[in-house]
Ligand binder design. Structure first.
Ligand SMILES: C[S@@+](CC[C@H](N)C(=O)[O-])C[C@H]1O[C@@H](n2cnc3c(N)ncnc32)[C@H](O)[C@@H]1O
Length: 278
């Protein structure tokens, strides 16, 4: 039984699970994800991690997402109670969305109210996207779903159970990779190298993820490898990978991606799995 993530996430790995999970080692002493997003790979490992009581560390740079993980872990019932108060309408969506445009931003909200707003927007915004403008304000339009699962008690409770004892942090990946050691298994799913300039989807956070970040990431992955850490990293299947990750296995896998507004934006593309396990 795998646990379903409590957020829908652009770039979510649910459809690639069948390719990724067979590569994950049988035994490891800690599970680490520096770019957790919706955590599809982590939640899919529920049985293995829980039965083996394997500790885990989940990190992401997005503070609203990380707050939601903390609240799902520590206060699932209070969160569900608040989620049940939301109304599914465009006006209500816009009023909740605009809270980060007021003086003080979201700081006047409690962590539970912030997580509840975040999950509501994730369930009702167009394509379940998370995108902020340069000021960090959420700017995805209303999604017109018929019956979105806003207060999904089964999912929140299963995720909460799995997150008990999990360390959750909010930092750049540079704060995570150097803290790993032999015995750890690390799954990395960064924003991808662009296939071309217009396809560069960099709005997961207001900081963006640029070429120098990709280079730094590849360097820190190489350092991890030298310390005996086993890893799998996802990325776009692009020629640059050959140099950046020379010496590692690079597998090509197919995925369907939809990040553009029109139907033509949904097509099969090649993704890469880079690893030192095979
Ligand atoms: C492709 S998504 C991960 C998707 C995830 N595997 C899933 O199944 O939903 C990339 C994630 O990296 C995070 N991120 C972007 N820049 C980052 C950085 N510099 N350090 C850490 N996380 C970052 C984003 O907030 C986003 O959640």
């Amino acid at each position: 039984m795998t646990v379903k993530p409590f957020v829908k996430w652009v770039g979510g790995k649910r459809q690639l699970l069948a390719k990724i999970t067979p590569l994950i080692p049988e035994a490891f002493t800690r599970y680490v994800e520096p770019f957790t997003g919706g955590g599809a790979v982590f939640f899919s490992l529920s049985q293995r991690l829980q039965e083996g009581q394997v500790p885990a560390w989940l990190n992401d740079i997005n503070p609203e997402l990380v707050n939601a993980y903390h609240v799902v872990r520590d206060a699932p019932d209070e969160l569900l109670e608040d989620l049940r108060t939301h109304i599914h309408s465009k006006d209500y969506f816009l009023s909740l969305r605009s809270l980060d445009r007021q003086a003080g931003g979201l700081s006047s909200l409690s962590p539970i109210k912030r997580a509840s707003r975040f999950i509501y927007l994730n369930r009702t915004a167009f394509n379940g996207m998370y995108r902020v403008n340069a000021k960090g304000q959420f700017n995805v339009p209303f999604g017109r779903y018929k019956n979105p699962a806003i207060a999904d008690a089964d999912t929140i409770h299963s995720c909460s159970k799995m997150l008990q004892k999990v360390e959750i942090s909010c930092s750049g990946f540079e704060g995570v990779l150097p803290q790993t050691g032999a015995g750890d298994f690390v799954y990395l799913d960064p924003p991808y190298i662009p296939l071309n300039k217009t396809s560069y989807f960099t709005s997961y956070s207001d900081t963006g993820f640029v070429h120098t970040d990709q280079i730094k990431l590849a360097e820190l992955i190489r350092d991890m490898d030298e310390r005996g850490v086993r890893f799998i990293a996802s990325n776009a299947f692009v020629p640059e990978l050959r140099d950046m990750y020379s010496g590692f296995t690079i597998l090509e896998v197919k995925a369907t991606r939809a990040i553009n507004a029109n139907k033509d934006g949904r097509h099969a593309i090649s993704e890469a799995l880079i690893t030192n396990i095979l």
